[in-house]
Design a protein around this ligand. Sequence first.
Ligand code: 4AD
Ligand code: MG
Length: 477
Amino acid sequence: MITRTEIAKILQTPPIDSDVTVMGWVRAYRGRRFIALYDGSTSETLQIVVDFENFPEDLISKIKFHACISVTGTVVESQGSGQAVEVVAKEVEILGENNLEDYPLQAKKQTVEFLREQAHLRMRTATFSSVFRIRHAVAYAVNKYFNDRGYYYLHTPIITGSDAEGAGEMFRVSTLDPEDLPRTEEGTVDYNKDFFGKPTNLTVSGQLQAEIGAMALGKVYTFGPTFRAENSNTTRHLSEFWMIEPEAAFFDLENDMDLAEDFVKYLINYVLDNFDSDLQLLDKRIQNAEKNLPQADRRPMGLIEMLRFVVENDFERITYTEAVNMLRNSKPFKKGKFEFEPVWGVDLQAEHERFLVEKKFKKPVIVRDYPKDIKAFYMRMNDDDKTVAAMDVLFPYIGEVIGGSQREERQDMLLKRMGEMNISEEELWWYTDLRRFGGAPHAGFGLGFERMVQFITGITNIRDVIPFPRAPRTAEF
Ligand code: 4AD
Ligand code: MG
């Protein structure tokens, strides 16, 4: 059995004068004397002091960047500045040599683009290990938040026959041989011969099934992978991403917005309270990266400062119609600075969302009551008959982090919308049944997990907050 002490534990309550065995990887080795060792348990490294004269040269020469070692030694108060304690090595063992000649990573700074191609190694860097510790923290906080408030975690299917968002951007799931497709008499593909006896795809959202849960368990949430085959090569889109979708009975749009705001603030607070050293590291990283930029291109606040600002202030709430009016009256619009004209009835563009959040209100904004024609069939029709009870939560730098709505619980209204939008009643018989058999007013939303992690870590590209990103023409690892 292997016995070792984790670095986080040693740094938290240093067992001064005791002997410990630590195992980890070398982040730096200075003056053939000081090793900065990491083991993943914390963003901090443990300083190991090795007197190279007391160890065979053959061993000393193997202490290299990212080599894996085991050290047994005594914990002492550190003589140098920068750390409170250090371990004076009595025994050093090389557990895994690192052949630096072929090794793609270097001790100096490397670009995130390069590191993305080395996704099997990039988690070893200080930045990425902090990002993935925080990603874990957010996932944990999601489950804790809902558990503590009486929501049940519902596992909705990954393979489905329905297109929840009606956007048609789906990955097909099939066992048919694409070189030799079975045909019907009419010549179309005979999906009856396919594995499920019908066309199926990877889910774009667990919402429709979550609604089933809400109509029985009252309050549920889903948290799982979601797939979208949109050909969007942006810093905010993935083909495979994780989404959190709470759904609650006896909820209207106001309840939904309150839940959304409280929920994202909780997630940020959880990371602020529990992962401070990782946040500090990421904060410094951004400051360093922005040092040489002109003032106008720098973020107005540091990372931690921004997170505190978001949790301490109420989100601005406006209607879509107000948003369009504000945009049309804005300086950038009047000066022709927008690429797209803000027009009522057309979806807000990223540049519009950024203006509202970063320039106009300088804080998160919830936009509600969107035109019915740019939103999904299931959203509840407002009394004006033009807009639906939808809401999007917009964040600085990221844009939309949450999309949600009150659902249409009135059977006749739902069927009317489905008809107008060419959504098959036959396929969604179970969804409309929910309205026929004891329906209830209800609402919910979807939070893009990676976009949230992006915001909390300050990472600019969404591909750098998921361990193995899936995007158009990108499916390595
Ligand atoms: O706004 P969306 O499409 O909403 C839904 O899917 C609803 N069914 C949610 C619900 O009401 N239960 O997606 C929700 C969120 C977006 O706000 C965004 O944060 C994220 O999911 N998202 C993506 N994240 C990464 N890559 C993509 N391609 C994304 N598409 C949406
Ligand atoms: Mg949306």
